[in-house]
Write a protein that binds this ligand. Structure first.
Ligand SMILES: [Zn+2]
Ligand SMILES: [Zn+2]
Length: 109
């Protein structure tokens, strides 16, 4: 079955963008990469975002990495820390090479 056919059978709540900085619901015309759904713009941004693993020295982009979200309390604000993981060795020891817009995901105060 093609991913487009799968997408049509998916419940709406599962139609979520796979870019770790977005993770919002997809309305129409999703883009696909490696079996994951993305907004078109998010896929482009994710591909722009590059990392090098300091353990195995592989370079990869944000569509290839997996991630871990931990929530922490900073005063009254719950901050989410998103840690990207190397898709090759699982290391969290990554160096960011390039960001699409220079913004980081941070606690909103
Ligand atoms: Zn998105
Ligand atoms: Zn690695």
């Amino acid at each position: 079955m093609s991913i487009r056919a799968l997408y049509r059978r998916m419940p709406k709540s599962k139609r979520v963008c796979s870019y770790y900085r977005c993770q919002k619901e997809l309305q129409s015309n999703p883009d696909f990469k490696n079996g994951h759904l993305y907004h078109h713009g998010c896929k482009m941004s994710a591909e722009e975002e590059r990392y090098r693993c300091l353990e195995c020295l592989n370079i990869f982009d944000a569509t290839e990495a997996s991630w871990d979200v931990t929530q922490k309390l900073h005063g009254d604000c719950v901050g989410e820390t998103i840690k990207l993981m190397c898709p090759y060795c699982g290391s969290l020891n990554l160096k960011r090479l390039r960001m699409p817009d220079g913004k980081l995901v941070e606690c909103k105060t």
